[in-house]
Design a binder for this molecule. Sequence first.
Ligand code: SAM
Length: 218
Amino acid sequence: MAEIDLMDRYPRSQRPIEERARQITDAHRAIARRFDREFFDGDRLTGYGGYHYHPRFWTGTVERFRDHYGIRPGWRILDVGCAKGFLVHDLRRLIPGVDVRGVDISRYALAHAHPEARPFLGQADCRKLPFDDDSFDLVICINTVHNLERSECVEAVREIERVSARHAYLVVDAYRNEEERRRLFMWNLTARTILHTAEWKGLFREAGYTGDYSWFAP
Ligand SMILES: C[S@@+](CC[C@H](N)C(=O)[O-])C[C@H]1O[C@@H](n2cnc3c(N)ncnc32)[C@H](O)[C@@H]1O
């Protein structure tokens, strides 16, 4: 289990946090948590405000995954919380010969997925992954688990560990100090579990997680 930031080449959002915090209400959060059209392609107050494919988003991160894990042709990779399959698509595009799958709870995202990724995606809850033990060489799960309640996060992390034969990489909302905590809570739309990094590490141990991880903080 290692803390390693493989997301350092992912473009950072420029949206001003204070302004967003002033506008977002619990009603916006309730809509966002449906992970339906309003979350992906609706207003910016209920989600992404348009979730579109562009290679600049994931290319650098896929190269980081490839180089860090030494991904080779024939590897089986799973993206849990794959949304419209953009990371799935870019893994396939940039690393020839890998077998990449994605799962997400959102029927909307899957129905509007990248057409080239769509055949490799399926609907599933991360608490119950429809795969046998040790099915994948690498399981990736970015900004998804924290959308569950704490006890459900443990279930999801256990599932990720179960289906991974070798490597796993998790990213969750986490803070290291009071300022990061304040910014995360201002920014948050969908997360139900936002913890200190030490608390997440405790949760990972509780789930028997042996993979890698890093933190999202706006
Ligand atoms: C913030 S988005 C992140 C999407 C993508 N991983 C990324 O980094 O761009 C969270 C994703 O988690 C999915 N999700 C939420 N709850 C889930 C669950 N219980 N099981 C599987 N996916 C879930 C949502 O539909 C959404 O696509």
